[in-house]
Design a protein around this ligand. Structure first.
Ligand code: ME8
Length: 516
């Protein structure tokens, strides 16, 4: 059994989750669920990033301690993820003891390797990104207030990580390993704007801040928030605690993150790992950003979308489906409330929901709900079902490339083909005939529909886990989908002969559009 370790970025706790955060988590969840169905042993990790200036200042502004703010917002992330059917196996908080211990061990490993030195930091710092920026970048931020960012001049005694010494290592990784950074355009961006100019040493401790992990043997120093945060990917799997578990899971198979933080994950992180004698992650996928109504989301614009509001109206699956269907995960996308409303009704209620409903209603009416297994089917039916097999054969590759929108479009073509098959074969007319006995033909039609629907259900399950679970239990009562792998599902004739297929409750009830 292959192992599959997938992570998302960990979220700053200066506020509750917005639609952009959950977009990433939903994408990662879909791939994690898909790998479970492939039979892989999956570890899906997400969590919260709780230290640093941004959180400390937000807490001060609210008159609470950073710890209290972190507790409150970390819980909001966990609750939102539950509500959105996120199947993470672990949730790491950078204030967890296991994490603090791992960061301090890691620090010592890098220091022993000779890659940390004392110096004075003088330069610009961007609070929103928790990032040391160049003169040029600082100027750009100052000239573009619409970016919603600010920079401050900082000067303090600090410790530096010798990132520049890892230039060759990082180049070999990014340029030598073609699929290390995905999609391709992110890799090109990384090479031209960051790697070519040359990696510069980074300041990794702060003395003007106390909300952070204490640097070992250096009173007054706390670990820079990015050096701290990246380590979450290994602290959660036992680094510095349980060596055996750690060796089993590391390296991560994929870090799923937004395009704004690719450089931290593909240069700083691999260099840190190398300095500590560890392997780099296998792959980093930098997804695009979601805008709202075509505009960058922000408090000042007042267009921050709360994912829980949409889930309350349409259910979590409409959001999962709508976001991944409407946007190409690797590129930039947009959240559009109307599109979610339309997709929910056209694709979920009228497409999939209606197919399930009409198939099972007719089966009940014409054949007492009884499935008659068909070892052989006529040519047309065999050809129709072959389309499912053909898509299934390409599924792993498309999913691994995060081409969710394309996968969904292709699955919905097959749903449309099944709906059309019903229209063409007109079971309601056949059922009226007395002679010849229409039942053998009806058996064929409904066996074809059942098999097609079964495939559809397995392929959509990562996107629509609840609905798929309900449909699956029609075909295999008492044998939930989580207990199956694609290989078992692919075995033909898996719906036992004479199974009574009972109609599930309405999957996607109609929803009124909110009044503007
Ligand atoms: O960057 N659309 O945390 P974060 C899509 N703590 N993705 C978005 C987005 C949007 N509008 N806004 C944010 C951090 N994201 C660090 C990460 S990892 C060791 C530390 C994505 O809360 C963003 O790109 O600002 C990132 O991947 C994730 O949400 C968390 O962002």
């Amino acid at each position: 059994m292959a192992k599959f370790f997938i992570t998302t970025a960990i979220h700053y706790v200066n506020g509750p989750p917005h639609i952009g955060h959950v977009y990433e988590t939903i994408g990662a969840d879909v791939l994690a669920r898909h790998h479970r169905l492939r039979g892989d042993e999956v570890l899906f990790l997400t969590g919260t990033d709780e230290h640093g200036i941004k959180v400390q200042r937000k807490a001060a502004a609210e008159g609470v301690t950073p710890r209290a703010l972190a507790d409150r917002n970390s819980l909001k992330f966990q609750q939102a993820f539950d509500r959105l059917l996120i199947s993470n196996d672990d949730f790491i908080r950078t204030t967890d003891r296991r994490h603090v211990r791992a960061v301090q061990r890691f620090w010592q490993a890098v220091e022993t390797h000779g890659d940390i030195y004392d110096a004075k930091y003088e330069g610009w710092y961007c609070i929103q990104d928790e990032n040391f920026v160049t003169e040029k970048e600082a100027k750009e931020i100052q000239e573009h207030p619409e970016l919603g960012k600010t920079v401050e001049w900082q000067s303090e005694d600090a410790k530096f990580f010798r990132l520049s010494a890892f230039q060759g290592h990082v180049e070999r990784l990014i340029e030598g390993q073609a699929d290390f950074i995905r999609p391709e355009n992110r890799r090109n961006e990384m090479v031209s704007s960051y790697l070519r100019p040359g990696l510069r040493d980074v300041c990794v401790s702060r003395t003007t801040l106390d909300w952070g992990i204490p640097v070992p043997n250096a009173p007054g120093h706390v670990v820079y928030v990015w050096f701290d945060a990246l380590i979450n990917y290994i602290s959660a799997i036992g680094y510095g605690g349980d060596e055996e578990v750690f060796r089993r899971w590391w390296p991560a198979d994929v870090h799923v993150i937004g395009k704004d933080i690719v450089k931290f994950h593909t240069a700083l992180w691999p260099a840190m790992l190398h300095a500590a004698g560890l392997e780099p992650p296998r792959r980093v996928f930098g997804h695009g950003f979601l805008t709202v109504g075509g505009k960058k989301m922000g408090k000042t614009l007042g267009n921050v979308v709360d994912p829980l509001e949409i889930a309350a109206r349409y259910g979590p699956e409409a959001l999962r489906y709508g976001l991944l269907r409407e946007n190409d995960f690797g590129g930039d996308g947009n959240y559009d409330a109307d599109a979610i409303h339309t997709r929910y009704h056209s694709d979920l209620a009228n497409g999939l929901g209606n197919l399930v409903n009409r198939t099972l209603s007719m089966l009940e009416r014409y054949l007492y709900g009884c499935h008659h297994a068909q070892p052989e089917l006529p040519e047309a039916e065999t050809a129709l079902l072959a389309r499912f097999g053909a898509l299934f054969a390409r599924l792993d590759e498309m999913m691994d490339a995060f081409r969710f929108s394309q996968v969904l479009a292709e699955i919905w073509e097959l749903i449309a083909a099944l709906n059309k098959y019903i229209d063409d074969t007109k079971p309601w007319e056949l059922a009226k005939a007395q002679k010849p006995d229409p039942r053998p033909r009806l058996h064929q039609i409904f066996a074809t529909l059942a098999e097609g629907l079964r495939w559809t259900t397995a392929m959509v399950a990562p996107f629509l886990p609840d609905a798929a679970g309900k449909i699956w239990s029609v075909f295999h009562p008492g044998r939930p989908l989580e207990k199956w792998t694609f290989r078992q599902i692919a075995a033909r004739g898996a719906i036992p002969d004479q199974t009574v297929l009972a109609k599930p409750p309405v999957l996607f009830p109609r929803v009124e559009k909110p009044s503007a």
